[in-house]
Design a binder for this molecule. Structure first.
Ligand code: NAP
Length: 313
């Protein structure tokens, strides 16, 4: 397989790069000063693209690679891949589901606790020597609060199970009600937000879910409500979120993802009722290695004409 051209759109994981280098003819797009020049010289030899959360395979890249057979994403989210274009051209797509579910759900609970109990601010308080001057302010309880989840798939369900252990009544919104599900279903995001204290976003980013958190939803959640986003930044209308937090129309927010990451609205830096993370939902050594192994396994299976491990299309 050493002669098969594999293109990585952006750096995602050193172990993955090293293992792909051993097996394929790996091209790192970011190492080339000009993308058009790169494509002019190498487009005929690229048979696979490895994408991730920041770059995948858009219509332009797919169009520029006439020999492309497969896009293997180092992520479960497919929002950086033009799926209709892949379907139209018969290009296969794989992702990395399941192996990251626990880490992302763990992080969602961590973000809830950090936001409601102000754990990061407490840490800053101690480090700055402020404890000597007085006790830290009282915060608000997590256990028993109502949790609403948008998207009750692998990750949403894992968050629900964890929230149950904190005695939290769980409700959810998805496009259709799940049969055999013990959690309360609301047929709209606004109804869900009106009936929960902590709203967690855990659905895929699509045309339908872009800005699913808008002013109406934020106002329904209200000044005592908390928004937790571990899905994708563009789910949230960020200027609306920032103004609601500044004006006290929303209680607080815990965010792992941002609309234009790695750029984060600087107004948020001044607020104590937010916790800001650099998109680390699946960011453990163990999980990133499992994701890398899935990408490699999918590519090897495809080029050996065997069933892929985690096919999308
Ligand atoms: P999944 O198993 O496919 O679950 C997706 C859930 O979202 C399903 O319950 C689905 O139900 C629901 N959904 C789909 N479209 C919807 C819509 N328009 N409105 C409301 N709900 C909708 O996916 P997953 O493995 O749980 O992953 C979910 C997302 O988490 C990924 O797409 C990714 O963007 C994000 N993620 C983030 C990180 C991170 O590092 N922060 C890591 C991994 C994943 P219906 O089809 O019934 O609507």
């Amino acid at each position: 397989m050493e002669s098969i051209g594999v293109l990585m759109a952006s750096p995602v994981n050193p172990y993955l790069e090293q293992e792909l280098d051993k097996r394929f003819n790996l091209f790192r797009l970011w190492e080339y000063p000009s993308k058009p020049e790169f494509l002019k010289s190498h487009s005929q030899s690229i048979r696979a693209v490895v994408g991730g959360v920041s770059a995948g395979a858009d219509a332009e890249l797919i169009q520029a690679l006439p020999k492309l057979e497969i896009v293997a994403s180092f992520s479960v989210g497919l929002d950086k891949i033009d799926l209709p274009k892949c379907k139209e051209k018969g290009i296969k797509v794989t992702n990395t589901p399941d192996v990251l579910t626990e880490d992302v759900a763990d992080l969602a609970i961590g973000l809830i606790l950090a936001t409601l109990r102000r754990i990061c601010e407490c840490d800053r308080y101690v480090r700055k020597g402020l404890w000597k001057k007085g006790d830290f302010q009282l915060t608000t309880k997590f256990s028993g609060k109502t949790v609403g989840i948008i998207g009750l798939g692998r990750i949403g369900m894992a968050i629900a199970k964890r929230a149950e252990a904190f005695r939290c009544p769980v409700s959810y919104y998805t496009r259709s009600e799940k049969s055999d599900c013990k959690y309360k279903y609301y047929p709209s995001v606004v109804e869900l937000a009106s009936n929960c204290q902590i709203l967690v976003v855990a659905c895929p980013l699509t045309g339908e879910t872009r800005h699913i958190i808008n002013r109406e939803v934020i106002d329904a959640l209200g000044p005592k409500g908390f928004l937790i986003n571990i899905a994708r930044g563009p789910h949230v209308d960020e200027p609306e979120l920032v103004s609601a937090l500044i004006e006290g129309r929303l209680g607080g927010a815990g965010l792992d993802v941002f609309e234009n990451e790695p750029y984060v609205p600087e107004e948020l830096f001044k607020l104590d009722n937010v916790v800001l993370l650099p998109h680390v939902g699946s960011g453990t050594i163990e999980t990133r290695q499992a994701m890398a192994d899935l990408v490699i396994g999918n590519l090897e299976a495809h080029f050996l004409n065997k069933p892929r491990l985690t096919p999308v299309i």
